[in-house]
Design a protein around this ligand. Sequence first.
Ligand SMILES: [Zn+2]
Length: 170
Amino acid sequence: MDTGKQKFEHDRQSGEAFELRFMGWANRAQRGCWYEQSVGNFKDWDLHCPHCGRTVECKSDRLEQQTKNYCFELPLLQASKADILAYETFSDLNTPSGFATIFVMRKLREWCRSYYADHRNALVSGGDRGANKMLLVPRWKLQDVDFKAHVHLTRTRRAAMDELLQKVQQ
Ligand SMILES: [Zn+2]
């Protein structure tokens, strides 16, 4: 049995399931928005709303709960053109927590760049035969930053994304 392939399939599926869950939340969170999934292996973002033009990258991380690290892949930080990164967390390996942490991508990228400057060993290799580079950041390091919000995917209906983006505009 090829467990590597199986795990990849599982991750891909749970990633797509999160995109749909987050899209449902985002469409409820703000009147008039209708987010759409990008087609195929589009690198710039995962979700786009033609109403406000906002774009979202979705990441589902089953290990964050165990490792207490956020894991930001380098291609995600460097290549994504999304306004928002939606980061899904899990209660255990197979149970989504029902919450997502949303980051303002531009601010997160700046923050990670300066974090990496002081923590070179935070950049590790992993994923497909170690070909992916990722930055591991202990969760508490991002505890008090102002470019992040916590949303409950079935309850938070207010315009949390708007408020977050407005807050960091100054
Ligand atoms: Zn919109």
